[in-house]
Design a binder for this molecule. Sequence first.
Ligand SMILES: Nc1ncnc2c1ncn2[C@@H]1O[C@H](COP(=O)(O)OP(=O)(O)OP(=O)(O)O)[C@@H](O)[C@H]1O
Ligand SMILES: [Mg+2]
Length: 488
Amino acid sequence: MAGPVPARLSSDAEVRSLAASSLLKLFDSLYEGAVVIDQEGRITWINDKYKALIGWNGSEAIEGRAVEEVLPNSRLRHVMETGQADLLDVLSLGKRQMVVSRIPLHGEAGNVIGALGVILYDRLQALKPIVSKFQQMQSDLATARKQLAEGRQAKYRFSQFVGASRLAVDTKEQARRAAEREGAVLLLGETGTGKELLAHAIHAASRRCEGPLVSLNAAAIPEALLEAELFGVEPGAYTGAGTKSRSGKFQLADGGTLFLDEVGDMPLALQPKLLRVLQEGEVEALGGNQVRPVNVRVIAATSRDLKAMMEAGSFRADLYYRLNVLPIRLPPLRERREDISMLCEMLLEQIAEEGGDASCTLSADGLARLVAFDWPGNVRELRNVLEQAVAQSDNRRLAGADFPMLPEALTVSGVVRGSVASAGVPAVRPLREAVAAAERVEILRALEATGWVKLHAAKLLGISRAQLYEKLAALGIASEESDTKESV
Ligand SMILES: Nc1ncnc2c1ncn2[C@@H]1O[C@H](COP(=O)(O)OP(=O)(O)OP(=O)(O)O)[C@@H](O)[C@H]1O
Ligand SMILES: [Mg+2]
């Protein structure tokens, strides 16, 4: 005989109701807590485990209360309102943290009629190793993001551009004016004259200072990669492009400044695309079919003769004019020798700070030797030479003999143009030049020795003050510094 025949279910509604109550029973047994809210965000059902967890005293009914009244940080209402499930989240209840899951409940017409929340795990403590690993990763990510953002900030300010000579002051003034404007800046100057320093300073003093400063050195990146670096890549743009899109420097610099270093090395083939971006203010990533607007100010720099390159056809004229809106020429050190003393003071302090030592100074004879050299590598080379001298000498006050890497003072200025490496063997030159160089050295030594008081320097040199003035003018040694000191 067959067992008792189960009673026939009378209607679909009954089936659904039974299914729902058995599901609730299942939730009750499966989870550490379960709660259901209706369309108004009121609790319609909550299991006893949940009540115990939150310490509900049992005398008052929970059902019918707004969910937030019972579970202050609940996001169930949000899930019900948006219809979007929250499959895994951490809910804080007092000091407890729990892993929860929330899903919207749909009515027959497909509309959302409430939401179900379950506690998957109420002992987050047991998950501590995973949680702390997650926290560590989050903190690493934050650090990496911060470093990235710092890498996109200006490293230098105008105050770090040292120089009181007429040329240095003019350059700085032009750069300050450029900072107030929006046009493209073109920094022209030999290697080591401070182009990068000024590019940073201009950005830092501009309206865009809160935005990023992104640099790209056209000479340092292989030609094949330059286009992707500048404009970005869409997935599958070329073999090996990867599956993720990568932002180009233009996009990274959006709202800020793009420093295009060594722009003279920009391949001819890429120049039209660069020009287009500058003109249209839009970039199109490699392999993409979408143009994105970008708001970027360009500061370009080069140590090459861009005008001559343009005339020779190796740099596009249209791009040249586009970049050359605010040109700034950075004078080489040999054209502003009077700044050498001040630069040495700053550089020696910097070197000492880095090495954790007390700062070295220069004797008059040491300075004279530096002043007489032509510095093809400009400030960078001056720094290197000082660094070498500090490292190799026991003297705290560096004398001429502490610079054996430089040619003898009397044999330089205007003739020996080799770098430090090729220096050392003085070339023969016209007597007039040699005499002028010797005069320059001796005059600078006298000025240094007397603290730039010209009357005393003239006495030391055995000439009149008027003669000294004439010679200073003829040798192009600026007199502002000596004038101010003399009047003190
Ligand atoms: N006027 C200056 N005052 C102080 N430091 C300077 C000055 N000019 C250059 N320097 C320093 O000299 C070094 C070289 O400067 P920078 O890198 O800006 O030169 P650059 O013109 O970009 O050279 P390159 O063409 O070789 O890239 C840096 O350490 C910079 O801080
Ligand atoms: Mg540079």
